[in-house]
Design a protein around this ligand. Structure first.
Ligand code: SF4
Length: 694
């Protein structure tokens, strides 16, 4: 009964970066159902995850007590049955568990300790986490899942535009007449944003979709470019070549707001569509038509996802997209802009809050003495290390190398999410002391020495920042189960025990401290967020709801100029060969969220998509003599899994698409850990694979 609730609380959906605002309907300390409300990004809309994916918060597997590994526990591994965790862990009081967690980290100390924070947490929790590592241990070995998501996009944006966030909200598409969506599948991964994209085409907007896989936006597209996996740079350079050759660029904009144009122009001379067509697999005429269409737009936007970023040339892919927008003057106006669609609900905010090894909050470089002094004045204790820290994959390599022995992991699940995941699992097993803070015994918590029971989104207070730069207020609707606590509280208690003098009593105090060092939060106060629910940064005054479009008058770079950085074609790290003749690419499905710890515990979502699956073209299935629903074995140089095969005409005959939410056939057993040299992001989107009938 939709009327059967006692109270309703407004908050933010915990899944994707769209950041839909929700109303949680509560009875007897349980969320009964969820409705969309009029947030700036969703205007009442929700997708299936936001509407039905809330019941995991009441799942019987929720952690309700702190746990400590038993002395007689079996060797560390994936051996904890959620129903029989008592064989591996014993319950502890908070004092005992916090002491054990903090003492273990303190005993190792200094650079022997590293931290993974989480984009599932609030801005305040992310800020506290990076401060915990930086102030408590004196180094910058702290990172989170942005490294696996848009790190290469941020590297290119910081380099060429001077800011890592989007230049325009996705809702600005309503003012555009042409939009490119490349390497993103918004219908499955940013479903509410996709509804705006579809409406844009219904109003006559031209949608150019570029994706090696076919996808649901295809039928709304004016141009569908199903290019060869990994050939992004050749395709984008060819499009830009046409814009130069036919002089379709915006010389006035280029002269006023950019640098390095002549070098870019010279570089593009080698990338004719006729030559590049052989590499990217798209007809030269189609490339020319796309160039003319985008260059002819009155207002054009470019959206991209992890199909662009998760390559060893991910930064080069983004450099091309930035150059394309700059040469056509498509930045800083209504309906124009660059928009990497951020993955997790708070990956933008966690990155802004400094949960990255090379930047303090607001992307202020750790190597800058003035920046460090300013933070030290605010923090008062400790010395900030001037050297950049290690990234997610580098930290796990350092564990194997014997340089890191202790970790504090909050809400991340590297035992599922890292490339070549057996390497990550071996690293976790090698740690002398692992503290995991989460709401379930995740695959990563299987390796923990101490597990600290944390809170789900509907149980906590805090702000989150979506893909649109909208800072939004999350509110508690129910109390955490058992003795579980809010994450900020746990980090503060650990900090006190490692000897840092923190005395925060509420997230609002943390937010106020963030405002002292983060210009992005200027004019955004806790009280405003309580009253208004969302403010877009930058906000120019106390009554400005925020700027959906930035860089109308230049860029936060030297001389206010954005930069063209030419990109060369670089082949993927592995090429298909006789032993591994096909291409593996990984991604998400509509119903499941990342490593599945939440959505696979949600009844409706699990009922719709209960089984590990991969997608293959019908001709490939025929060749393998496998019927849809039959089993295949996928093998790469890292490992092998057996999985149910689906028939999918959207996948090219030499490709296999594999979602990464399923532990029983973990995609990352297969993926390639090679990383982009700038963003340090792994090449999740391309590995050479052998596919056989199982
Ligand atoms: Fe949640 Fe994203 Fe769906 Fe909105 S689109 S309801 S934020 S998962």
């Amino acid at each position: 009964d939709s009327k059967d609730y006692d109270s309703e609380v407004n908050s933010v959906c915990p899944f994707c970066g769209v950041g839909c605002q929700v109303s949680l309907k509560v009875k007897d300390n349980k969320v009964k159902f969820v409705e969309g409300i009029n947030g700036p990004a969703n205007e009442g809309r929700l997708c299936v995850k936001g509407r039905f994916g809330f019941d995991y918060i009441h799942h019987e597997h929720r952690l309700t007590k702190p746990l400590i590994r038993r002395e007689d526990a079996p060797p560390k591994g994936l051996n904890v049955d959620p129903g029989k965790w008592g064989e591996v862990f014993r319950e502890a009081t908070w004092d005992e568990a916090l002491d054990a967690a903090a003492n273990g980290l303190k005993d190792i100390g200094g650079k022997g300790v590293a931290g993974f924070g989480s984009a599932k947490c609030t801005n305040e929790e992310a800020y506290l986490f990076q401060k915990f590592i930086r102030q408590g241990f004196g180094h910058n070995n702290v990172d989170h899942c942005t490294r696996l998501c848009h790190a290469s996009s941020v590297a290119a944006l910081m380099e060429n535009v001077g800011s890592g966030a989007v230049t325009a909200t996705f809702n600005e598409i309503e003012n555009a007449d042409v939009a490119i969506v490349i390497g993103a599948n918004p219908v499955e991964n940013h479903p509410v944003a996709a509804t705006y994209f579809k409406q844009f085409t219904k109003r006559g907007g031209k949608l150019i979709v570029m994706d090696p896989r076919g996808q649901a936006l295809k039928r709304f597209a004016s141009h569908m470019l199903q290019f060869r996996p990994g050939a992004d740079v050749s395709m984008l350079n060819a499009i830009m070549h046409v814009i130069v050759e036919e002089k379709l660029y915006d010389q006035q904009y280029i002269d006023a707001y950019t640098e390095n144009w002549e070098a870019e122009k010279r570089h593009l001379a080698d990338f004719s569509p006729e030559r590049m067509s052989k590499i990217c697999g798209i007809d030269a005429e189609m490339l020319r038509d796309v160039a003319r269409t985008f260059a002819g737009a009155k207002a054009g936007m470019i959206f991209w996802g992890m199909g662009v970023s998760q390559h060893i040339h991910g930064t080069d892919n983004s450099r091309c997209l930035i150059s394309l927008a700059l040469m056509t003057g498509q930045v800083g106006r209504p309906g124009a802009g660059l928009h990497p669609l951020r993955g997790q609900n708070n990956v933008q905010g966690a990155s802004d809050a400094g949960l990255i090894p090379m930047f303090l909050p607001d992307y202020q470089p750790v190597g800058d003495e003035g920046v460090r002094n300013a933070f030290q004045e605010i923090w008062q204790e400790g010395t900030i290390d001037p050297n950049r820290g290690l990234t997610v994959t580098e930290i796990l390599d350092a564990v194997h190398a014997g340089d890191i022995h202790g970790m504090y992991i909050l809400g991340e699940n590297p035992a599922m999410s890292d490339p070549d995941v057996e390497h990550a699992r071996d690293a976790l097993a090698k740690l002398k002391h692992l503290v995991v803070q989460d709401i379930f015994i995740t695959e990563t918590a299987n390796y923990a020495d101490v597990i600290l029971p944390a809170s789900a989104f509907a149980e906590k207070t805090g702000t989150v920042t979506n893909t649109n730069r909208q800072v939004q207020m999350g509110r508690p609707a129910v109390t955490p189960p058992g003795d579980a606590k809010e994450d900020w509280w746990i980090t503060v208690e650990l900090a006190k025990r490692i000897g840092v003098g923190w005395d925060y009593t509420h997230p609002s105090e943390v937010f106020a401290e963030m405002g002292k060092s983060m210009k992005s939060l200027a004019n955004i106060t806790w009280d405003r967020l309580e009253a208004e629910n969302a403010v877009t940064y930058p906000s120019l005054s106390a009554d400005d709801p925020g700027q959906p479009i930035v860089f109308a008058d230049g860029f936060p770079r030297p001389d206010g100029r954005a930069r063209f950085t030419p990109a060369n074609v670089i082949a993927p790290d592995e090429s298909p060969d006789a032993d591994y003749p096909m291409i593996l690419t990984t991604g998400r499905q509509l119903e499941h969220w990342h490593t599945g710890s939440m959505t696979r515990r949600s009844k409706v979502l699990d009922a719709v998509e209960p089984e590990a699956n991969c997608s293959l073209h019908p001709s490939t299935l025929r060749k393998l003599d496998v019927v849809p629903g039959g089993l295949v074995r996928l093998t790469t140089r890292r490992g092998s899994i057996t999985i149910m095969a689906r028939e999918d005409r959207a996948v090219a005959p030499d490709m296999v698409f594999l979602p990464f939410a399923f532990v029983e056939a973990a995609a990352n057993i297969l993926t390639n850990p090679a990383v982009d040299p700038y963003g340090k992001i792994p090449e999740f989107k391309f590995a050479a694979v052998k596919v056989e009938k199982a």
